[in-house]
Design a protein around this ligand. Structure first.
Ligand code: ATP
Ligand code: MG
Length: 659
């Protein structure tokens, strides 16, 4: 470690896929000067029943020139499931472990080799075909992190059906809303699941969702229900004869081979609704060929993947991270993937590291929220496990505060493992800005540089590109293979939400700063930017300053109206386990922000928070915090996407008390 630069070890670089900045620059240069050549070389490593036509990519990225349109490998005929499974088996990896499964309770586990996984996928694919699911039909999947979840995704892909995974934590209303939007033929679910110490009866939620969607004119005839006997006896479940079918009764009897439905590269692979941190969910559509090539390539380079690696991503397949970096990206590379059912700190704070040691995990990918929550506990919960197998760590979902980055690097990775802080979105399909471990020095809190083929730019309010050191709106100038192609059933919203703010560019919605060395720093969503006396302040900067205070575990800042300054900074602060609130501590937190950023960023208020409202994917929902901060309590909006709505009441109760 040198100043703010953290260099990979020489040993790591020697064995890395991209081992120096020069090597990256060489590859990056080719990828943007000759994208067709660059990407078709990579795509040729996959199996294509028929090669794509003479155009690798065709796009219109500019609303002023007409309809936004992105196509990659059009005319190429392939199948994502075949490339994940059959192709790896044919190259001799049939007996390699594809999935390790770790259950909620320690000691409860399983595994599938590539051969075994293919058989399971074929059985379910055959069942879906038997009940009339055809190419292009929708299938909603509402399953917890059992191996049946990736199995279900791959079975759909095999027969050309379009899966829409709904995170199995969403309410009946949210499930119904998504069903009504995408009108699936079948829903796949299970009776119940244990999450930590709690039993969640998923089937009851699905029953209510199906009743609700039927009232809205979308009836589903088949509810295929996996009997998760570890959580609940099957007899204890309410049954709707004719509609409900036990998975094990029918799927286990199906044949273990299933021919592949070959699809066009531009046929849809899946749709996935965004988490809803910022409003009504959008059905993001990803197609087959480009997504396949892009997720495989980003996975390989951002994690410096080697065939001997064991990879674990703590996300759920209900989010894009689980699509691209649990199911498709890793399996396309023939990797061994850990699928974990439970909560990361159940039944004890060291559970993650126990799992790392158990499966000899070498690539560990998680979210800042988890890092911060583990940081609140004593380091001893980490250090008593070996963690020797770890090679590369990863972070996604929010900006990672530099102090959380350092803790992750030093305590979890023993100062040995580079951290890939990957910036991307449901819409982008895969990483757009990410470190390549081994290629260059990292800066804690920076996602570093754009991936191959990605032309990220920072623009000002008028949409002019900024050069060098700057700060503004993060956009992309042209497409990459994994880009989303539309919003399901609403291409107009696709164009207005993403391509209209700055014509000629895809606008991510995030703010970003580029430093003097060219490193990119995501400052948070631009909707969250706070304007204090004309200074535009990203939420991430102030939060990182607060979190660097040794007694602060987590922080979220929002803007509130201020008579003089326009907006003032209002900070919600969660303290480290066992630390009491005090006036001295409040002053010391304020001082930390003043010294690290400047007096203009001084928080007006510190609001002690026993917890913060987070979406089910672990992101802080500032929209609700803004309402609490400005005391607009009767208009909190939709809070169904929150993991724990109870937190809101706690915050409101504390609002008047300790300012
Ligand atoms: P919605 O779009 O429905 O409001 P969402 O944006 O939370 O939901 P995702 O697509 O899962 O849904 O998240 C993408 C966003 O997460 C990015 O736009 C960015 O704000 C944030 N993000 C993801 N990874 C990083 C990262 N490494 N650093 C900083 N921010 C990140
Ligand atoms: Mg978003």
């Amino acid at each position: 470690m040198m100043d703010d630069l953290v260099f990979p070890s020489q040993e790591f670089c020697q064995n890395a896929l991209v081992s120096s900045p020069q090597k990256y620059l060489e590859m990056y240069k080719r990828s943007v000067e000759d994208p067709a050549g660059f990407w078709s070389d990579i795509a040729s490593e996959f199996y294509w029943k028929k090669k794509w036509g003479n155009k690798v990519c065709s796009e219109n990225f500019d609303v002023r020139k007409g309809r936004i349109n992105i196509e990659w490998f059009k005319g190429g005929i392939t199948n994502a499931c075949y490339n994940c499974l059959d192709r790896n088996i044919e190259s001799g990896n049939g007996d390699k472990i594809a999935l390790f499964w770790e259950g909620n309770e320690p000691g409860c586990d399983g595994s599938l080799t590539y051969n075994q996984l293919l058989k399971k996928v074929c059985q379910l694919a055959n069942y879906l075909k038997d009940v009339g699911v055809r190419k292009g039909d929708g299938v909603v999947i509402y399953l917890p992190m059992l191996m049946e979840l990736p199995i279900a995704m791959l079975a759909c892909a095999r027969i050309g059906a379009v899966h829409s995974v709904v995170f199995a934590g969403f309410s009946a209303e949210s499930v119904a809303q998504r069903i009504v939007d995408c009108k699936p033929k079948v829903i796949l679910t299970c009776n119940a699941v244990m999450r930590g110490p709690n039993l969640i009866n998923l089937k009851n939620i699905v029953d209510a969702a199906l009743a609700e969607s039927a009232r809205n004119g979308v009836a589903i005839d088949i509810c295929l229900t996996y009997g998760n006997d570890l959580a609940m006896k099957r007899e204890d479940m309410k049954w709707h004869a004719g509609r409900d079918i036990w998975w094990q009764d029918v799927v286990d009897k199906c044949g273990t081979t299933c021919s592949v439905e070959w699809v066009d590269a531009e046929d849809p692979l899946f749709l996935l609704y965004t988490s809803g941190s910022t409003g009504k969910p959008k059905g993001v559509v990803h197609t087959t060929g480009g997504y396949m090539v892009y997720t495989a390539t980003t996975f390989k380079y951002a994690f410096d993947y080697k065939p001997s690696d064991v990879y674990w991503c703590t996300a759920d397949c209900g989010w894009i991270t689980g699509h691209s970096y649990i199911t498709y990206g890793p399996l396309l590379n023939g990797a061994t993937v850990v699928v974990y059912e439970g909560a990361p700190n159940y039944p004890y704070a060291g559970r993650c590291w126990e799992i790392v040691d158990k499966f000899k995990v070498s690539l560990f990918y998680t979210a800042p929220t988890l890092v911060r929550s583990l940081m609140r506990e004593a380091d001893e919960h980490v250090t008593r496990y070996s963690r020797k197998s770890l090679r590369v760590l990863g972070s996604v979902g929010e900006p990672i505060n530099p102090s959380a980055w350092r803790w992750f690097f030093i305590v979890v990775g023993d100062s040995r493992c580079p951290i890939s802080d990957t910036w991307w979105q449901t819409e982008t399909g895969g990483f757009l800005i990410t470190p390549l471990p081994g290629a260059w020095a990292q800066k804690p809190g920076s996602a570093t540089f754009p991936f191959f083929g990605v032309q990220t730019v920072i623009v000002d309010e008028k949409g002019s590109e900024l050069e060098g050191e700057c700060s503004g709106y993060l956009c992309a100038r042209s497409s990459w293979p994994g880009a989303f192609r539309t919003l399901y059933g609403d291409h107009e919203r696709y164009e207005t939400a993403y391509f209209s703010a700055f014509p000629g560019y895809y606008f991510s919605g995030d703010g970003c700063r580029r430093d003097k060395d060219g490193y990119y720093w995501i400052t948070g969503r631009v909707d969250d930017v706070i304007n204090v006396s004309g200074h535009r302040i990203g939420t991430a900067e102030v939060e990182s300053a607060l979190v660097s205070h040794p007694q602060c575990a987590e922080a979220a800042v929002v803007g509130v109206e201020h008579e003089v300054k326009g907006q003032g900074i209002y900070a919600f602060v969660t303290l480290v386990e066992g630390v009491p609130y005090s006036e001295d501590l409040r002053k010391s937190l304020v001082k930390t922000v003043r010294t690290q950023i400047g007096a203009f960023a001084t928080p007006e208020r510190i609001h002690w928070a026993p917890g913060l409202p987070k979406t089910r994917s672990g992101k802080i929902m500032r929209r609700i915090l803004r309402k609490i901060a400005s005391r607009k309590l009767d208009d909190l909006g939709d809070i169904s996407a929150l993991a724990d709505p109870g937190v809101v009441d706690q915050l409101i109760a504390l609002a008047g008390k300790n300012l």
